[in-house]
Ligand binder design. Structure first.
Ligand SMILES: *Cc1c(COP(=O)(O)O)cnc(C)c1O
Length: 362
């Protein structure tokens, strides 16, 4: 059988190994100068035009962002149900309630009309997810937020370098969080980067990251230890020099798949949007699970389902209402390998396999 095509593959090279070695030899391995440099370089690289604060995971970044914006018990934050559990978990961990709205099926991101239907007098914010690397419907969401006096927070975990009408994701909200987990578009090992809309949010992020202190023993709030290490930051700094070429490769791979796949719904890209294809997600109208199994068993091609169980159906949240598009997407979504290590021969194998299986199953 042909070699296995994995659904994701972190790329770590000699430069990352050398950078880690440099930090280890320096004897300064916790948060220090590498983290400070990474924060500046990350903001500049993605043109965010605002300060960034590095933390030990994307989930920590969301949690600290929410705390920094004053979210807590009694508040409601509207999130998509169709996302990774970290989005809603971070809201719940502040003591606030995640309220799940539906998505639009064109780009799998929050549907502004659905969001508006869930607003109550407890609603404080909307937290869209730029799912799969496609920007959420920011102008429409901003209009809803403005009408009701709400904040916008961005879960940009999957969207390093994505933009809408020239504005990079992470530059729209009160804060924007990028994950640096190994399967994301770039990594630091584990880690997260949070952009801050203003000095107060930046200061709060730095406080909550480090026990509520900016200065040793001057504790201003009850905080956590969510610091990034210099070891991780050194990896991230190297990855920043490579991520643009990887993104270009993802976009080229996606273009080939979209031009050639048959029998499935390929991902759309909104006008004015730059999609960075963290995932290349098709919709399979009938027997998605069977197609995924046959891809693996008959063609040795990996795939992923992000996400087969909507958050409002998880045991942790259990909300008894129907979100039609979310539930349809959960049944139909299938993410095909699109990462930079996928070769032209791999792409051709994927096209043949998916198109053949989709026709047989239709
Ligand atoms: C990965 C991810 C997170 C969490 O990031 P971690 O670095 O894994 O903690 C949050 N939201 C979404 C949409 C993600 O994909």
């Amino acid at each position: 059988m042909n070699d296995f095509i994995p659904p994701a593959k972190p790329l770590i090279g000699d430069e990352e190994r050398a950078a880690v070695d440099r930090v280890l030899r320096s004897g300064m391995i916790a948060q220090g100068p590498e983290v400070a440099a990474f924060e500046k370089e990350f903001s500049e690289h993605f043109g965010l035009g605002r300060a960034c604060v590095a933390v030990n995971s994307g989930t920590s970044g969301l949690h600290l962002g929410l705390l920094s914006a004053g979210i807590g018990a009694g508040d409601e934050v509207i999130v998509p149900s169709f996302t990774f559990a970290a989005t809603a978990n971070s809201v719940a961990l502040t003591g606030a309630t995640p309220v799940f709205a539906d998505i639009a099926l064109d780009d799998f991101t929050l549907d502004p009309a659905s969001v508006e239907s869930f607003i109550t007098d407890k609603t404080k914010a909307i937290m869209p997810v730029h799912l799969y690397g496609h920007p959420a419907k920011m102008p429409e969401l901003q209009a809803v937020a403005d009408k009701h006096g709400l904040m916008i927070f961005e879960d940009a975990a999957q969207a390093h370098g994505a933009s809408l009408n020239g504005t990079p994701v992470g530059a729209f909200g009160v804060f924007g969080m990028f994950s640096l987990y190994p399967t994301k578009n770039m990594t630091s090992g584990e880690g997260g980067m949070v952009s801050a809309a203003n000095d107060e949010i930046e200061r709060n992020l730095r406080l909550y990251r480090n026990q509520g202190m900016l200065q040793q023993y001057h504790n201003e709030v009850v905080g956590l230890n969510n610091r990034m290490t210099d070891i991780h930051a050194a990896i991230g700094r190297v990855q920043l020099t490579k991520v643009d070429a990887w993104t270009k490769q993802r976009q080229d791979n996606a273009a080939f798949l979209s031009a050639n796949l048959e029998g499935v719904i390929v991902p759309a890209v909104a006008d004015g949007a730059v999609h960075v294809y963290h995932q290349y997600t098709i919709r399979v109208a009938s027997d998605r699970d069977g197609l995924a199994k046959a891809l693996k068993d008959e063609y040795n091609i990996g795939s992923g389902m992000f996400y087969p169980v909507p958050n409002h159906r998880l045991k942790t949240f259990q909300r008894d209402y129907h979100l039609a598009n979310t539930e349809q997407a959960a049944l139909e979504c299938l993410s095909l390998p699109v990462h930079p290590s996928v070769s032209q021969a791999d792409l051709e194998r994927i096209v043949t396999a998916v198109s053949t299986l989709a026709k047989a199953g239709a």
